[in-house]
Design a protein around this ligand. Structure first.
Ligand code: PSU
Ligand code: MN
Length: 315
C-alpha cells in the first residue's frame, strides 16, 4: 500500500483519505465546529454521518476534520464522529490561534472553517464543504472571523451558502475582496444569506456546472494564486426562509447577545442556537438542508477537478 509522506507527527490521516489523495481521487473536507458547536444533539450526529454519505453518493471520499486528544485528524471513524457529537460545547472551537494550545494540552475540538482550511491545505485536499463562513460581525464590539484571512491564503474551493445574515454581509464581501477571494455564485448571481436565497448583493461571477467551477479554480492555481475560490450556493428552496421571516428573529437574537455581553468565539454558537429556538426549528431545518446541498455540490466539483475529468479542458 502506498502512503503519503508524513506531514507531521501532529496529523493522523485516515487510510481511506490518504489512499484517495495518492490516487488523485476526489476528496471533500468537512468541518467539525458545526458538529461540536453549530447544531444540537442528535441533529449534529445525524448531520455529520449524512454529509459523509452525501459525499460518497457523489463518488468522492469524505474527510471530516477535527482535533482529537491533541492530534489533527483528517477523516474520522464512526466512533470518533459520535464522540465529538456527544461531547457538547465544552470542547474547544479550533481556529488558527488554537492549534498549538490544543496540541500541547492534548485537547479535542471542532475545527472552524479557518481551522479546517489549515488542515485540509496541509493534507493537499482541494475541496471543502461547509454551511456558512464566518464574517464581519455587525456593530461593536469589533469582531472579524478568522475564516476571512484564512480564505485569503488557502488555495481550495470552499462551498457554502454564503454567510449568515447575523453578519454584516456587505462588509464581509468587501473583506473577501481585500483578501483576494473570488466569490462564485453556483447557479445564482446573488450572494445567498444562508437561511435566505437572496441578499441583494452580487457575486463576482456565476457558474452553472461543477466543470465551470473547476476551470476557474485550475486557472487560478496554475498562476500560483493562493486564495480560495468561494462557491456560494443558495439554500434549497423548500426550506429556505424569506428575509422578512428571519430578519426580526436575527435582530432579537443579536440584541439579546448584546444584553448578555456574549462576544468573541461564543457569539456565533449563541446566535445559531437562539435563532433556532426563536424560529421554532425552521432555521435548523434550513441549516441542515443547505449543508447537505453544499456537500453534494462539493463532491461534484471535486470529481470535476480530478485530472481524468478535465483532460479535455480548455483553460
Ligand atoms: N456558520 C454557520 N454555522 C457554523 C459556523 C458558521 O452557519 O457552525 C461556525 C463555522 O465553523 C465557522 C465558525 O468557521 O462558526 C465561525 O466562528 P467565528 O465567527 O467565531 O469565527
Ligand atoms: Mn469572532
Amino acid at each position: 500500500m502506498n502512503t503519503l509522506p508524513i506531514i507531521s507527527s501532529h496529523f493522523i490521516i485516515k487510510d481511506e483519505v490518504s489512499q484517495a489523495l495518492i490516487n488523485a481521487q476526489p476528496v471533500v473536507a468537512l468541518e467539525s465546529t458545526v458538529i461540536t458547536h453549530g447544531l444540537p444533539y442528535p441533529e449534529n450526529l445525524q448531520l455529520a454521518q449524512g454529509l459523509e454519505n452525501d459525499v460518497r453518493l457523489n463518488l468522492a471520499v469524505p474527510a471530516t476534520i477535527a482535533m482529537i486528544k491533541g492530534k489533527i485528524h483528517v477523516g474520522l471513524s464512526a466512533l470518533e464522529i459520535e464522540e465529538l457529537a456527544t461531547s457538547g460545547q465544552g470542547l474547544r472551537k479550533i481556529s488558527r490561534r488554537d492549534f498549538g494550545i490544543a496540541i500541547a494540552r492534548k485537547e479535542s475540538g471542532g475545527t472552524t472553517v479557518a481551522g479546517t482550511l489549515i488542515a485540509a491545505h496541509t493534507s493537499k485536499i482541494k475541496v471543502f464543504a461547509t454551511g456558512g463562513i464566518g464574517g464581519v460581525h455587525r456593530d461593536a464590539p469589533f469582531d472579524i472571523s478568522a475564516d476571512l484571512p484564512e480564505l485569503g491564503r488557502s488555495p481550495l474551493v470552499v462551498v457554502c451558502a454564503g454567510a449568515k445574515a447575523i453578519l454584516d454581509l456587505p462588509a464581509t464581501l468587501e473583506y473577501l475582496e481585500t483578501m483576494g477571494v473570488a466569490v462564485v455564485g453556483y447557479q445564482t448571481d446573488e450572494f445567498p444569506a444562508f437561511y435566505s436565497r437572496s441578499s441583494g448583493l452580487s457575486v463576482n461571477v456565476s457558474a452553472n456546472t461543477p466543470q465551470d467551477v473547476a476551470r476557474i479554480a485550475l486557472a487560478q492555481w496554475e498562476l500560483g494564486i493562493q486564495s480560495a475560490i468561494l462557491v456560494v450556493a443558495p439554500p434549497p428552496a423548500d426550506s429556505a426562509l424569506p428575509h422578512a421571516e428571519i430578519d426580526g428573529i436575527i435582530e432579537q437574537a443579536l440584541a439579546e447577545a448584546k444584553q448578555k455581553k456574549i462576544s468573541g468565539y461564543a457569539l456565533t454558537p449563541y446566535l445559531l442556537a437562539r435563532i433556532s429556538e426563536l424560529s421554532g426549528g425552521k432555521s435548523l431545518k434550513a441549516n441542515l438542508s443547505l449543508l447537505h446541498n453544499n456537500a453534494m455540490i462539493a463532491a461534484q466539483i471535486a470529481a470535476a477537478l480530478t485530472t481524468s475529468n478535465l483532460r479535455n479542458r480548455s483553460v
